[in-house]
Design a protein around this ligand. Structure first.
Ligand SMILES: C[S@@+](CC[C@H](N)C(=O)[O-])C[C@H]1O[C@@H](n2cnc3c(N)ncnc32)[C@H](O)[C@@H]1O
Length: 209
């Protein structure tokens, strides 16, 4: 079993999934408030953990379907346990090898993509399963510019690809996305990096052609 799966299987059972929900909740909520969910839409969360974002989005009035995928089976079992409304679905798979025939209006991922074996392959898949005009929202706290988080890789001792904001933008451009970026800061947080750098969101739009 790979290290990423093993680590998050453990986190699913020792309360750290809920800690992530707490840690990421503020900035993710702030970011999601900038997105307009006013037309009927479908939503995918890549690396959904215990599924908290899927549950939040599934409650949006216009949400037809919200799917969460995660390569940790135990995270998916936790997410299924917490399922609250009928338009939610959780699937145990990694993004790279997932065989999915449909296409989404919105794809989201928080603190997950840099664990992928290959960010390029993951982005290629995400691009493929987005509708033309659809958007991918990718949140990361772990990026070179945010120096305080760079040491996380040595603490976690698992595969974590560290890149700068410039490199992230290049990955998205190479995959075909039109891009924008946003830093969501938490000005009252006790952690300096959350006040000064915050979460980097790369917003990739698939061109309509
Ligand atoms: C740091 S956690 C974040 C979980 C959740 N997004 C949150 O903010 O609470 C990263 C999650 O991504 C999952 N993950 C990592 N690589 C993945 C991949 N290639 N495909 C699907 N899930 C992946 C892990 O199993 C883990 O549950």
């Amino acid at each position: 079993m790979d290290g990423v799966r093993k680590t998050f299987d453990k986190w699913a059972q020792n309360g750290r999934a809920e800690l992530m929900e707490e840690e990421h909740g503020e900035n993710v909520s702030k970011f999601l408030q900038t997105v307009s969910f006013d037309k009927a839409f479908t939503f995918l969360d890549v690396g959904c953990g215990n599924g908290w974002v899927v549950r939040k989005i599934a409650k949006e009035e216009k949400c037809k379907k919200a799917i969460g995928i995660d390569k940790s089976k135990k995270m998916i079992l936790e997410a299924i346990k917490k399922t609250s409304v009928g338009n939610e679905k959780f699937i145990h798979t990694d993004i790279e090898t997932w065989e999915y025939r449909g296409k989404f209006d919105f794809i989201f991922s928080m603190e997950s993509l840099y664990y992928a074996d290959s960010i390029e392959i993951a982005l290629e898949k995400i691009y493929k399963i987005l509708k033309p005009g659809g958007q991918f929202f990718c949140g990361t706290d772990f990026y070179t510019d945010n120096k305080a988080t760079a040491r996380w890789a040595s603490i976690m001792k698992i595969q974590m690809h560290l890149h700068s904001k410039k490199e992230w933008k290049k990955f998205f451009q190479n995959a075909g996305f039109l891009i924008k970026t946003k830093h969501i800061k938490d000005l009252k947080n006790t952690k300096k990096w959350k006040r000064e750098y915050g979460t980097l969101f790369i917003i990739g739009t698939k061109p309509k052609k």
